[in-house]
Design a protein around this ligand. Structure first.
Ligand code: FNR
Length: 414
């Protein structure tokens, strides 16, 4: 209510409160290339649209005359009590949004006590982020990699950093058909240390040395003078956007390294045993949409599931993530936590996902927009707006705690 009162009494919010206005402001602040990477999704953007539109199909039915003066947003996940059922989704290459990247995000997460999920594609090595987070809860997101030993090295580092769970993202073993990125591929990406996360890894360094000893192909062409001029002009136009590294700042570097290192389409359910043998952390599979996959996940002993379609960035015309949630919740039947992401833009959206059975949600793009607009303060403001609206929605709906947000709080969907 502090945020609401401040707003009512003439205080200008750090970033726009209305989701559409937040998006519009972020679009203006970011370079076309960075905007297309962050906001864009696969193909004709139909899955991304479906993700947000699916929330219109569910309506909250409020109850009156319930004493909701005291409201508790906390949840327990993997032995830790979190202040709210909202986690920061793993987002890679954040330096495109703001030069402080994960340093800023860690400050925002810590200010609110929200759990941050650190991406394999992060711009800042996880040790630095963990130090900035201090006692704040954090999880590590793993892209498995073509090289098991690289995966093992990343997992060992995450354990060492105090990560409380391992989120294994399964839906990105190939990169989706990102039409907007493809159309802008000629523009400079102007990324800095976009992938410091694994380039800082000793196993990755060894792989790079091995590769250096093999004959050079088209990899790493030198930037042409025109490319350098183009990068510089982008940096002048969008000063908040990135710390440009002209040597490694070629458009293709981050994507190419991702494809070379992490595309691994041979993975199957059997491989989970190997991962299980390498870590004692809870293993959470991210990217499930089919109830049969949820059943298989449980059979293979995983500790949690994130129902997600990667914000619609992988398959165009796929099922809306929210529509995939209830069947998975039914199959899982309370045996492991079910988390949800893809399409959450507001506190009311969080409420609906919880009502459909999610134990917690991950928020992706909205706080990245805040980060792009105002660094740590911007990311924090966006998350505060979502939490404030969730809290108000609970109160207005007649709900005191997260466990009271059940399917009965929604009108039946035909
Ligand atoms: C992502 N996402 C993602 N997921 C992941 O497991 N590892 C990663 O490195 C990334 N990187 C990434 C970058 C960008 C720019 C976006 C927008 C998304 C997916 C992310 O974790 C999450 O699933 C979606 O963002 C959720 O959808 P919304 O909330 O953005 O609609």
């Amino acid at each position: 209510s502090a945020i609401y009162r401040a707003g009512v009494f003439g205080h200008r919010p750090t970033v726009p409160v209305e989701p559409a206005a937040l998006e519009a402001a972020a679009r203006k602040a970011m370079s076309p290339r960075a905007w297309s990477y962050v906001n864009g999704s696969a193909g004709q953007q139909r899955t991304d649209r479906a993700n947000t539109e699916a929330f219109y199909d569910h309506r909250i039915v409020p109850r009156m005359l319930v004493d909701v003066e005291e409201r508790d947003l906390s949840v327990d996940l993997f032995g830790t009590t979190l202040p709210a059922p909202v986690l920061l989704a793993p987002i890679g290459v954040l330096e495109m949004a703001h030069r402080e990247a994960e340093h800023a995000v860690a400050r925002a997460a810590r200010a609110l006590g929200l759990a941050m999920i650190h991406s394999t594609q992060a711009s800042v090595p996880m040790e630095q982020v963990a130090a900035a987070l201090g006692p704040n809860p954090h999880w590590y997101q793993l892209y498995w990699s073509r090289d098991d030993e690289l995966a093992a090295s990343l997992v060992a580092r995450a354990e060492e950093c105090g990560a409380q769970a391992l989120v294994v993202t399964l839906d990105t073993h190939l990169l989706g058909w990102r039409t907007r990125d493809l159309d802008l591929a000629h523009l400079p990406f102007a990324q800095g240390q976009g992938i410091a996360q694994y380039t800082s890894d000793s196993r990755f360094a060894a792989m790079t040395r091995e590769r250096a000893n093999t004959p050079r192909t088209e990899r790493d062409p030198r930037p042409t003078p025109a490319a350098v001029r183009s990068v510089l002009s982008q940096v002048r136009r969008y000063p908040g956007d990135v710390r440009t590294n002209l040597r490694s700042g070629l458009p293709r570097a981050a994507v190419e390294t991702f494809l070379d290192t992490f595309s691994r389409s041979t993975l199957t359910w059997k491989d989970l045993e190997w991962l299980r043998s390498r870590t004692s952390l809870p293993i959470v599979l991210k990217g499930l949409q089919h109830p049969d996959d949820a059943r298989l996940a449980i059979e293979h002993g995983v500790d949690g599931i994130v129902v997600s379609n990667h914000g619609g960035r992988q398959i165009d015309g796929a099922i809306a993530s929210l529509d995939a949630l209830p069947p998975i919740v039914d199959v899982v039947d309370g045996r492991v936590p079910v988390l949800f992401d893809s399409g959450i833009r507001s506190g009311a959206d969080v409420f609906k996902a919880l009502a459909l059975g999610a134990d917690s949600v991950l928020v992706g793009r909205p706080w990245v927009y805040g980060l792009a607009l105002a660094g740590a303060d911007g990311a924090q403001a966006v998350l505060e707006h979502i939490l404030a609206e969730l809290d108000l929605t609970m109160g207005l709906a007649g709900v005191r705690s997260i466990s009271e947000i059940t399917r009965d709080t929604l009108s039946p969907v035909e």
